[in-house]
Design a binder for this molecule. Structure first.
Ligand code: GLV
Length: 310
């Protein structure tokens, strides 16, 4: 069985190859762009494969996403819909994402955005500190990542709301679901954190209409995908005071263009898509376990439902 490892940085692909070859000596691993004969490749382990590449592998039997998001695979029309896709579920990455959610919650809750400015202005001034049980935090998306974020933010004493496509139950979290409950959810988010997958149903979900539903002066954090947000609407909401601060780890076009207004907006904090980074040293275990199942002809874990697109 031959597997092709595709990552934008070939050094990363080599790390994967090393870790997987040690565990699966019966398989052969190649690192893109060293394809060899495309007709020999059975499995693609892929993070952001060039569009069309997967479709050019005639024997492909399985695609393994090397990131938690799947949009990089599902928006490639060349990939035959019958080829099963497996999601990477890396507990280490889930923890990293929750750390970012906790950090951004505390950052805005404790007004660090304003105190940073005060320091620059050498201003010694105290702001009112809202009581933690009054600061409602909303998590959009309650999959592996969102559920962990919700539990951990709740553990700090914040009232947590969650919203997802299907009904979820998480102890200590008030869960809303579907389009019908979106407005009620948004109305209770003093801090809104997005961890939604990017699908045709969620693209542009954060826009002038939905931002209007937030309590005035809310904060918005996006650690999922830039395509969830209509950026012009977000900038308008910041300028009108509807939204008081945002922290974005992802933007519609990455890297963010040098002249993009988000870079310099005083109410915007930007990080370069680092909230959760795939670490092959921890992520290798679930991948290894699943590849072993594949070799044994057993059912795979974390298979993607192509109908739902995540
Ligand atoms: C990162 O954005 C990922 O989907 O793993």
């Amino acid at each position: 069985v031959v597997a092709l490892i595709i990552t934008p940085r070939v050094e990363q692909a080599r790390v994967w190859r090393q870790l997987l070859s040690e565990r699966l000596p019966q398989m052969r691993f190649r690192c893109y762009p060293q394809l060899g004969d495309p007709a020999e490749i059975d499995i693609a382990l892929s993070w952001k494969a060039p569009k069309g590449l997967l479709g050019s592998l005639p024997r492909l039997k399985l695609v393994y996403s090397l990131g938690m998001g799947l949009d990089h695979l599902l928006d490639d029309p060349s990939l035959d819909r019958r080829v099963p896709i497996v999601r990477l579920v890396d507990p280490n990455m889930v923890e990293q994402m929750s750390e970012y959610a906790l950090y951004s919650t505390l950052y805005f809750h404790r007004r660090m955005d304003v105190y940073e400015r005060f320091q620059r202005e050498q201003r010694w001034e105290e702001l009112p500190l809202p009581h933690t049980p009054m600061r409602r935090v909303g998590i959009m998306g309650l999959g592996e990542i969102g559920a962990d974020c919700a539990r951990k933010v709740a553990a700090l004493g914040f009232p947590v709301r969650g919203w997802s496509r299907t009904r979820k139950q998480i102890a200590g979290v008030r869960c809303y679901c579907g389009d019908g409950e979106l407005d009620a959810f948004l109305a209770e988010c003093d801090i809104l954190i997005s961890v939604l997958p990017l699908t045709p149903a969620t693209a542009g979900i954060v826009n002038s209409v939905t931002l209007e539903k937030l309590p005035r002066g809310a904060y918005f954090v996006n650690i999922a995908r830039g395509g969830l947000v209509v950026e012009a609407d977000l900038l308008d909401a910041l300028d009108s005071g509807l939204v008081d601060g945002v922290m974005l780890d992802v933007v519609a076009e990455e890297p963010l263009a040098p002249d993009h207004p988000l870079w310099t907006h005083p109410k915007v904090r930007i990080t370069p898509h680092i909230a959760g980074l795939t670490n092959p040293y921890t992520a290798v275990e679930p991948v290894y376990a699943n590849l072993k199942r594949f070799l044994a002809g057993e059912a795979l874990q974390h298979l993607v439902d192509r109908g739902r697109a995540y």
